[in-house]
Design a protein around this ligand. Structure first.
Ligand SMILES: C[S@@+](CC[C@H](N)C(=O)[O-])C[C@H]1O[C@@H](n2cnc3c(N)ncnc32)[C@H](O)[C@@H]1O
Length: 213
């Protein structure tokens, strides 16, 4: 398995991609056609930027991308907006909203990507629970912006099924897949949620966030 991981890490370097995660999303897009021109991509937990590069490359740069992470991200061509922030912090969501508002009229739909991983503590059940919690926060952001598609990492474990059920309340078409480039020994899978249900959102609608400002 290490051999396979090393192949993708080496390839990413040779081909000028920010991370080996590039191949995971590329493989998912080839199958599920996630990206189309004129989308607005919100790439949560996106450092160092491999996922954003996939969205840009799959559309010949004909998308707007908001890349958000706790870590500092080096600027890169075609990635218009980089926000250094914690996705669990409301001020980060407000910064994302500013960019969304500026771009809303020129985009057909919003896609939220979430490849969130906590700093691993070594305690598996804690790490798994935090990872799913971050993915739930990302789902909340996806709902807040009424994203047409939501693609998220999820660690399989105790809280996994509940998260998937939650995703299914908001999206009709929900697939769980493990791309070939994801290490087989890792508990990570990806949730590809498409076809947003027409719901009246209560938890994260724009009025609820505005009310707290
Ligand atoms: C697996 S990496 C993402 C790789 C990225 N998708 C790529 O393609 O290069 C996980 C990221 O989650 C970020 N992260 C973890 N918790 C976060 C939080 N609360 N807010 C923002 N980013 C977070 C980490 O800083 C890390 O960069």
């Amino acid at each position: 398995m290490r051999k396979r991981r090393d192949v993708y890490t080496k390839r990413a370097k040779q081909e000028g991609h920010r991370s080996r995660a590039y191949y995971k999303l590329q493989q998912l897009d080839r199958k599920y056609k996630i990206f189309h021109p004129k989308q607005l991509i919100i790439d949560l937990c996106g450092a160092p930027g491999g996922f954003s590069q996939v969205a840009r490359d799959c559309t010949n740069g004909n998308v707007s991308i908001i890349l958000v992470d706790l870590a500092r991200i080096k600027p890169m061509p075609g990635i218009n907006n980089i926000i250094k922030g914690d996705i669990t912090d409301q001020s980060t969501v407000l910064k994302i909203r500013e960019v969304v508002e500026r771009n809303r009229s020129i985009h057909k739909e919003i896609v939220v990507l979430a490849d969130c991983s906590p700093n691993v503590s070594g305690n598996w059940s804690t790490d798994q629970a935090i990872q799913i919690w971050l993915s739930e926060v990302a789902l909340g952001i996806s709902n807040y912006f009424i994203a047409a598609k939501f693609v998220s990492k999820a660690f399989q474990g105790e809280t996994f099924n509940k998260f998937i059920e939650e995703v299914k309340t908001y999206y009709e078409d929900v697939k769980i897949r493990k791309p070939r480039s994801s290490r087989r020994t890792s508990a990570e899978v990806y949730v590809i949620a498409q076809k947003r249900r027409d719901l009246e959102l209560k938890l994260y609608d724009s009025n609820s966030l505005l009310a707290d400002e």
